[in-house]
Every structure is written in structure tokens, then in C-alpha cells.
Ligand binder design. Structure first.
Ligand code: 7TS
Length: 413
């Protein structure tokens, strides 16, 4: 790393107050970004600033403060739309996060447009959020669930999987943009091209992707993209669904009530235009403002730069890992098609025990099945230890992780 890069990284780290904390009396090494990211001061200030200086509701007040809140909320939507290059801000629906975004598509699009004889194609790599929803939609509509075959080591899609599985009956392909367990990034462009060729739409679970890699929904021709604010330096309780306007126009509302209507009679109602049609009730105004600020922060750093940094960290990690014969690395040992996620087991020590010993060294990781039980079943294990990186992590922190493995070996050796 050059001196300039080291300085830039220090400048980024300074913006995250939690990184000043200690854990178990040691400087915190935060490697659980797959679960949620830390938040920079400017995002915390933006969210607090709304409560301190405004705190009014949107889209209803005729007074100045409410107009200002509405403006901030709308500008957050525009920022989020720009972040993924949506054609217009109406294609962004604010939700509580990835899970709610996928449920919205399941309930509204899935239950309306799927029927017996149709197929929903997904993978066994998915987070439960992008699997259980489709199980339910399949049950409710009679559509069948099909799975893109994986390589024997589950490190990615098998050769020819896309052509063999996505066919005339496929109406929806619901696939992760990046596995939260292994960091594997499926070939989205190929999958989308094949799906569109057979007339299917594609939902990308972007929970792990959007925060870490530049995503252009128009260039990729994505139909639905779901992601969360809290994994991209934004607040929790807010996320987004991107959907093509032509799809949203044809979909029924997901929730009903205030804000999503145009005119209401005692026995019926008409619905508001996009995006309000899908945002019933008072939304998470502060959260949306915080998410907008998170977008501005990430753009100021540069998504390409963040992706490169994490690629460097995962390549460095895998190089380290090769020197430890008692480490099992999941998702293959190459850094191509892979984000900054490192899932492993050390000898036959239970992942929770490894996690606890790392905790005693001030290192925060996640251990367990990572909301991906079918994938664990394929691996034949109860869980893994997962270190997941973000823009503020350093090679030194990875060195500390590998040093802490010796402590695990001492205790369980
Ligand atoms: N999809 C993927 C790929 C995820 O990684 C997650 C959260 C979700 C969906 C759900 O996101 P939410 O914001 O609606 O909860 N993943 C994780 C994880 O790996 N550890 O904790 C949460």
C-alpha cells in the first residue's frame, strides 16, 4: 500500500466513531460487515439532524418545516436512485430493508402473476430472505421452485447451469448478487440475458452487493433489486426496492392505508401514482435521510475504489489461508468472482468457539449458519466462522485475525 493509500484509509477510519472503541480491552477489529456496517459521523448527524431541526411529517403539511422534510425525503430517494442508476426516482420504493423489499415483490408481483405450471428459479446459495419468500409464493400460486445447480464444492454455479435450468416455464429468477456466506458473485449479466430471452424477470438480492460494488440497474437490465441501508453505512430499518416502472405500474399495492391512495370512498379507493402507491403510512423519514447521506458518503469515496480495496483484502486473506493446513475455506480458494467475505472453519473446532476466542482478541466476526441453512447442509456442517470486510478494514486487521488463530489452536490443540 502506498503512503497516499494508507493516509486515505486512516482518513476513512476517522469518520467511524465505533472504530475508536475497544472490545475486551483491545482495539476493536470489526469484521462483521456482512451482518451490518458501521456508520460514519455524517450519516449519524444527518439522521439526528432531522430529529433535532425538523421532525415533521412529509407530504401533508402546508407549512415550511413539513415542506423541508418532504424535500429531504425526496432528495434521499433521488440520491438512492442515482446510486444504482435507476432511470427515475419513482422506481425506488423505500422499505424496511432487503427482506421487506423481497416480500413486496413476492406478495405483489409473485401472487399476481405466477400460477401453476410456472417456475421460479433460485439457488441453494440464498439467504433465507430470498428463499423462504419464494417457497411461500410457490405454495400459494402452484408455481414450482427450481434451483440452479452448483459446483460440487458449492463454490459457484455449475457450468451450463443457467441454460439448463432457465427455460420456457421460468417466470422469475431470484438470485443473490453476492453470497453472504462465501462472497461468491454469480454472473448476473449472463443470467439476466438468459432470463429475458425466455421472457422471465430477474430479482437480484443486492443486500451484500450494492454496498460494495458499483451496480447499474440499466446497464445490467435488472428488473428488481432489493437492498438494505444498514449494510451500506446507513441506518437500520430502511432499505430500497428498485423496480422497473413498467413492472411497478402493473403490480397491486403491497400495503394499504394512508399515503398510498388518491381518492377514497366508503367502499373503494384509487391508488396514488408511483412511488407512493407502495409506501403506505408514515415512512421511516429519518432513516431515508440517513440512507441518502450514506449514498453521498459512499459516492465521495467511490464504489470502484471500495470494491478494489475489498478485493485486495480478500486476495490477501486467501493468500494467508493457503499457509494454514488446518483451515477449511468455503467458496473456493480463488479471489475471482468474489467479494470481501471469508468463511472458514479451523480444524474441527465449532464455529461458535472460534468466534468467542476471536472476541477475546477484540475481533468481531459472525459464527453460525448465516441465515443460509440449505448451503450449510450442502457443506455438511452446522456453520462457519465468517469475516466480512468493508472500506475501513486493513491488512493489519487480517494479520491480527490469523494471529488469533494460534490462540484457538492452543486452547483446542
Ligand atoms: N440477503 C442477503 C444476501 C443478506 O446477506 C441479508 C442479511 C439479507 C438478505 C437480509 O437483509 P435484511 O437487512 O433485510 O436483514 N444478511 C445478514 C448476514 O449475513 N448476517 O446478518 C445479516
Amino acid at each position: 500500500m502506498t503512503e497516499v493509500q494508507t493516509k486515505a484509509l486512516a482518513g476513512i477510519r476517522e469518520q467511524f466513531p465505533v472504530l475508536e472503541r475497544e472490545m475486551r480491552g483491545k482495539p476493536l477489529i470489526y469484521l462483521d460487515n456482512g451482518a451490518t456496517s458501521l456508520k460514519p459521523k455524517r450519516v449519524i448527524d444527518a439522521e439526528l439532524g432531522y430529529y433535532r431541526t425538523n421532525s415533521t411529517n412529509i407530504h401533508r403539511g402546508v407549512y415550511e418545516l413539513s415542506e423541508a422534510a418532504t424535500e429531504q425525503y425526496d432528495s434521499a430517494r433521488a440520491a438512492v436512485a442515482g446510486f444504482v442508476n435507476a432511470a427515475n426516482p419513482q422506481e425506488i420504493i423505500f422499505t424496511r430493508g432487503t427482506t421487506e423489499s423481497i416480500n413486496l415483490v413476492g406478495y405483489s408481483w409473485g401472487r399476481t402473476f405466477l400460477e401453476a405450471g410456472d417456475e421460479i428459479v433460485t439457488t441453494e446459495l440464498e439467504h433465507h430472505s430470498n428463499l423462504v419468500v419464494w417457497q411461500e409464493v410457490a405454495n400459494a400460486t402452484g408455481a414450482a421452485l427450481r434451483f440452479l445447480p452448483l459446483r460440487d464444492d458449492s463454490s459457484g454455479l455449475a457450468d451450463g447451469a443457467v441454460e439448463a435450468t432457465i427455460g420456457e416455464k421460468t417466470k422469475l429468477v431470484a438470485i443473490t448478487g453476492m453470497s453472504n456466506v462465501t462472497g461468491y458473485m454469480p454472473p448476473l449479466a449472463d443470467i439476466i440475458a438468459r432470463a429475458h430471452a425466455v421472457g422471465a424477470v430477474v430479482l437480484v438480492d443486492g443486500a451484500q452487493l450494492v454496498a460494495h460494488h458499483p451496480v447499474d440497474v440499466q446497464a445490467l437490465d435488472i428488473d428488481f433489486l432489493a437492498w438494505s441501508g444498514h449494510k451500506m453505512c446507513g441506518p437500520s430499518g430502511i432499505g430500497a426496492l428498485y423496480a422497473k416502472e413498467s413492472l411497478l405500474e402493473r403490480m397491486p399495492p403491497f400495503h394499504y392505508g394512508g399515503d398510498m391512495i388518491e381518492r377514497v370512498w366508503a367502499d373503494r379507493a384509487t391508488y396514488a401514482p408511483l412511488p407512493e402507491k407502495f409506501e403506505a403510512g408514515t415512512p421511516n423519514i429519518a432513516g431515508a435521510i440517513g440512507m441518502g447521506e450514506a449514498v453521498r458518503f459512499l459516492e465521495s469515496v467511490g464504489l470502484d475504489r471500495i470494491a478494489d480495496h475489498e478485493h485486495d483484502l480478500i486476495a490477501y486473506t486467501l493468500e494467508h489461508a493457503r499457509r494454514h493446513s488446518d483451515l477449511t475455506v468455503y467458496g473456493g480458494t480463488g479471489s475471482a468472482s468474489r467479494g470481501g467475505i471469508f468463511s472458514f472453519n479451523l480444524g474441527d473446532v465449532h464455529s461458535h468457539d472460534v468466534g468467542m476466542i476471536l472476541d477475546s482478541a477484540g475481533i468481531a466476526v459472525r459464527a453460525g449458519f448465516h441465515c443460509a441453512q440449505p448451503l450449510m447442509r450442502r457443506f455438511g456442517i452446522p456453520g462457519t466462522v465468517r469475516a466480512s470486510y468493508y472500506l475501513y478494514n486493513t491488512r493489519e486487521e487480517i494479520d491480527a485475525l490469523f494471529t488469533a488463530f494460534d490462540r484457538v489452536r492452543e486452547i483446542f490443540g
